[in-house]
Structures are given as C-alpha cells and as structure tokens.
Write a protein that binds this ligand. Sequence first.
Ligand code: ATR
Length: 271
Amino acid sequence: MSDQYAVIGNPVKHSLSPQIHAAFASETGEEIVYERLLGDLEDFNGDVRDFFSRGGCGLNVTVPFKQKAWELVDELSERARLAGAVNTITRLDSGKLRGDNTDGVGLVRDLTENHGFDFTDASLLLLGAGGASRGVILPLLQQQPASLMIANRTAGKAVSLADLFSGQGDVCGCGLHEIAERQFNLIINATAAGLEGDVPAIPDTCLASGGWVYDMMYGKQPTAFVRWGEARNAGKSLDGIGMLVEQAAESFFIWRGVRPHTAAVIQQLVS
Ligand code: ATR
C-alpha cells in the first residue's frame, strides 16, 4: 500500500494541498496517497491519533488547527517551537509525532529562489501580529536583513512578538500609525484584512522606491494588497501562491527526502 498523507483543516474542501502533493509525487516518482481530512473542531487530537493509528505517515495542518497541533506533538523543530504553530506532522520510526513549520521557509524560498529578492541590507516591514506573522519571523531574520519591523493594528501585540524574537536579529514592533517616517524595501502582509477585501492602514510613503510588496494571501483575482503595491509602482507585487507551493515542497522533502521542482506546479495553479 502507498504511504498515506493528508491535510487536516476545517473547512478543508478548498485546500490545494492534495493537488500540489499529487503533482510532486508524479514528478518525483514517489508513491504516496494524499487526502483531505475535515478535522473535528471539538476533537482535533482524536482525528490526528486516528489517522496515525491507521498507518498514516504525515499530516499537513491548516486553519484553525496549527496551534493545537503545536500542543499535541511529542517533539518540535526549533522553527516550529518559535513559530508557536505546526503545519507539518511526521510520524517517526519510534511512533512519536514530530511537528515542524514550513510556512516561513516557504515564504523565503518564494521570494529568493522564485523571484530573486536580495535580503542584503534590506529593511523589512511585516504587517500583522497573529499566527501567520509569527510563523515567518524566524526564517525572515535568518536571512539577515538590515532590520525587521513588525507593525500591527493593536500595537502591543507587535511589541510582544518582537520581544519574543529579540535574540534572533534586529527586530522591533509598533502600531500601524507609527511607521509614517520609515521606508521599506519589502512589505509583507500577514494580516487578515484581505479577507474583507481591506488593506492595513499604512501610509503610501512607506514603500521605498523599487520596494517589493508581498501578500501572504492569494486568490484567483489579485488581492487588495497586491493591487495596493501595483498602484504604488512596487518593484514586484506578489501574492502567496508561491509560498503555498514552497511550504508544501518543504513538507514533501521532510517526509520523502526528495525536493520536488515547484515552478511547473506554481504555473499550473496560476493559469
Ligand atoms: P492569523 O492566524 O491568520 O494571523 P489572527 O491571529 O486572528 O490570524 O491575526 C489576524 C491579524 O490580522 C492580526 O494582526 C489583526 O490585527 P489585530 O491584532 O489588531 O486584531 C490583523 N487584522 C485583521 N483585520 C485587519 C484590518 N482590517 N486591518 C489591519 N489589520 C487587521
């Protein structure tokens, strides 16, 4: 029988992960089965235990279970520990469950390898201080940018988040209204504002000339934040579809030890 994998979320029916992993499997010749699991909001742990007791090898975890997965696993990678969230669970030979978080590395890889962003001397602005933001901070700091500012509608949350990562690089937190005098080479939107077609309230002037804009969300149409960047002549104005595929590729690599090519899969999803 092929090795079993799945993505667990609620809702989960729109997840693109099965399509992405099927493409990786066919490209690499790995024999896997990858399904969708609708997680029980009241008994996520039971669903995970069931999946692994049936012989499952690995799970991707999506909204709203990433923090629950972090609490459930037996051990954590360093990046997952700091992210406070797990999006990849692997059953080890010992039977223990190991949690990892591939979101941040997915973002970084999309920026650097797919689009050629250079973090050297770059000043970064990360909008939002929820789970999505926290998950990408360590991998961003590991690129050694000049600085990382986290700005959030509720300033205190950004300040706390920055404190948590203060040992990892030049990072500070503030409210959205406090960024008026600064300019950034890369602005990443990790807020939920786009769910209502909204853009965080930041000044036009904070995008440096030629600076890039990256929305961690994606959709069939350009997101509100991608349009914000385009309207301000951003060097590039990107959505999160590449990050989605790259985080999946990193999970696939953890599970199978083979790194799939991503370009054709990204192309397939955007066309
Ligand atoms: P996630 O896990 O997706 O990050 P979350 O933890 O609920 O979700 O966090 C949502 C983030 O989007 C928060 O940073 C939130 O700001 P607050 O902390 O002030 O609530 C931010 N957010 C949501 N709607 C927003 C809007 N319209 N403008 C700016 N920020 C918004």
